[in-house]
Design a protein around this ligand. Structure first.
Ligand SMILES: [Cu+2]
Length: 619
């Protein structure tokens, strides 16, 4: 008895050591397969107890490689004892570190870019070079506290911060960000230090989009040009400066390294990017009058009452208390700890007035169904949703809950006026037992995860001048989604050999071949079909928003909008409208459950000048 327990302990320790060695070697799943560590069905082979540890003792909820789902929980942490951090705003610089920016990649000067900036050649009158507004950021390792009950966590962050600094930008103000890779060689267990930064879902030229294979090395930099131009500015069917109805508001930036996005996003390479214009001004006395007060005359200062909330769920090693990423979990990773702006279950002190919250789900794999709960009475307090993804809805929609999948954003307006002195909670009541997707059940009120506590004060320091969403103000109109398509395409999201496929194929690790070409200035309809049964996929298409023409499930009012993530639920299908404009080059299309994305539910498509583009409707 004593001896067998000793053996079991030794075997588990051995298995854990093997797993950590494989993770430390920065192997992608493809490489794990190549090394003979995975069987044909996608399960870890028995090798020194590897499989035993993986399926029986996985730390991530959902149980590793399609295993039994048993769970070893993260260490206990106290809730609602630390204030929620508010991220600082990225500041412009007068002069960039390093050489003067060039249109062609400055390889000799240390730049990792491989393609010239196209915006300056293609539309020479629209942009200046180098742009007047310049920023720089350094991706590096740092240590941070996520809870007073856990040790300092090693993270990779933009300027050493997670969440990274919030970037405030304005339409009509193009900018350049010099992105330095100062990441270390030692990944302390997971993470890939060659990186590519995507600005989700900005209207960005391909070479600045953070394409999955545009990753660059430690010691290099990469100049990214963000035109902040309205979609349609170079189109044949729209006004010269683009369509204001295409304006975006809440975006985010994150690492997009092919095969390693999940690890690098989990490690901390994420941040907000808020885009303003003459309507969505950041000032509640002008334009659409959305909640927001400028705290200083400097635009690059966090707004009051306009607050980004970055949601993430994570797992912590029960032995060390350190953030843990399970490379052998292919279903999708569910954390048992909920973080907002980098803290586990923080509180936020608010005033009894209206706030705009920009909610972002960074995953890796969880769907949320968020309610505003008064725990004392267990009642649900209605609020207004004003955006889906980066796009304001035509009008505010009153809801008592909202579903948000990985990479989705929603801006909401909550009025705390009638709750002075009370304590409210953001509660997630979506039942999800593993990384495959939610069960479809909603947990009872009070039985969900309380992820953020609002402590409502009794005094207001800035009288509320924001628009009352109950008066049904109009934001933007939806562009026509019935224009005839040049091409219709269809895509099956499916599972094969334990991997994730689109139309039976995996993304190739070199991103070399486009699966199809889209003709610039053309309309296309894309049909998506979930052929993977109980799995769900939040599907993201870069560069252009879509509108839903039809879907097999009931359409929420809050999804009658321009969108950049489609929630492909159990056995669902849909048809999406696209109009492709302005820039050319390569872009990806992928599942944004980042574990599915890495394994390798993604494809490359290209925009090519007209006339051109293939007419293949079955890519
Ligand atoms: Cu997926």
């Amino acid at each position: 008895m004593h001896i067998s327990r000793y053996r079991e302990k030794k075997s588990l320790a051995n298995a854990r050591k093997n797993r950590l060695e494989i993770i430390k070697a920065q192997l992608s799943r493809r490489e794990v397969i190549k090394a003979g560590l995975l069987g044909a069905g996608g399960y870890l082979v028995l090798k020194n107890g590897l499989s035993q540890w993986a399926s029986g003792n996985a730390w991530a909820k959902g149980g590793g490689d399609g295993g039994s789902g048993s769970t070893t929980p993260s260490p206990p942490t106290r809730s609602f004892i630390e204030a929620m951090p508010i991220m600082g705003i990225r500041q412009p610089v007068a002069t960039l570190s390093g050489p003067v920016p060039t249109i062609a990649p400055n390889t000799a000067g240390g730049e990792g870019r491989t393609r010239p900036h196209q915006a300056f050649g293609t539309y020479p009158t629209k942009f200046t070079f180098p742009p007047a507004l310049k920023f720089e950021t350094h991706q590096r390792e740092a240590f941070m506290s996520m809870s007073p009950d856990l040790p300092p966590q090693p993270i990779w962050g933009f300027d050493g911060q997670w969440p990274g600094p919030t970037h405030y930008a304005r339409y009509g103000e193009e900018l350049l960000i010099r992105n330095f890779n100062d990441l270390p060689t030692d990944n302390r267990g997971f993470g890939m230090n060659t990186v590519t930064t995507h600005l989700h879902n900005a209207h960005t030229p391909s070479e600045s989009d953070g394409f999955p294979c545009d990753f660059f090395n430690p010691g290099q930099f990469y100049d990214q040009h963000y035109p902040n131009a309205l979609a349609g500015f170079g189109s044949t069917h729209q006004a010269t400066n683009g369509d204001v109805n295409e304006a975006l508001s809440t975006l985010w930036y994150h690492d997009h390294r092919v095969d390693f996005t999940a690890q690098n996003v989990y490690k901390g390479l994420t941040g907000f990017y808020c885009l303003f214009n003459d309507h969505d001004t950041g000032n509640e006395t002008t334009g659409f009058r959305l909640p927001g007060v400028q705290a200083s005359s400097n635009f690059f200062t966090p707004l009051l009452y306009d607050v980004p909330l970055m949601l993430a769920d994570k797992v912590f090693d029960p032995n060390t208390g350190l953030m843990f990423f399970d490379l052998f979990n292919f279903d999708g990773i569910l954390g048992d700890k909920f973080l907002v702006n980098g803290k586990i279950q923080p509180f936020f002190q608010v005033e009894p007035r209206r706030y705009r919250f920009r909610v972002l789900n960074t995953g890796p794999s969880r769907f949320y169904q968020l309610f505003l709960t008064d725990q004392g009475s267990n009642t649900q307090i209605p609020f207004f949703q004003i955006s889906t993804d980066g796009n304001l809805l035509p009008h505010p929609v009153q809801v008592n809950n909202s579903i948000i999948a990985v990479a989705q954003r929603m801006d909401v307006i909550i009025d705390f006026k009638n709750f002075a002195g009370k304590t409210l909670y953001l509660e997630n009541r979506m039942e999800q037992l593993d990384g495959r997707g939610p069960t479809g059940n909603t947990l009872a009120a009070g039985a969900g995860n309380f992820i953020l506590q609002f402590r409502v004060g009794t005094t207001v320091s800035h009288a509320d001048a924001s628009v009352d969403p109950a008066t049904n103000p109009t934001f933007y109109s939806l562009p026509n989604k019935n224009a005839a398509p040049r091409v219709s395409r269809s895509f099956r999201f499916e599972r094969g050999n334990g991997m994730w496929q689109i139309n039976g194929q995996l993304m190739s690790s070199d991103c070399a071949q486009p699966r199809f070409q889209v003709q610039q200035n053309s309309v296309e309809y894309w049909s998506l079909q979930n052929n993977s049964g109980a799995w769900m996929h939040p599907v993201h298409i870069h560069f252009e928003e879509h509108q839903i023409r039809s879907q097999s499930t009931a359409l929420l009012t809050s999804d009658v909008a321009r969108k950049d993530v489609f929630r492909l639920t159990h056995n669902a299908s849909c048809q999406l409208f696209f109009r492709f404009r302005d820039f050319q080059g390569r872009y990806p299309f992928h599942c944004h459950n980042v574990v599915h994305e890495d394994h390798a539910m993604m494809l490359r498509w290209d925009i090519v000048p007209a006339p051109g583009g293939d007419t293949n409707s079955q890519p």
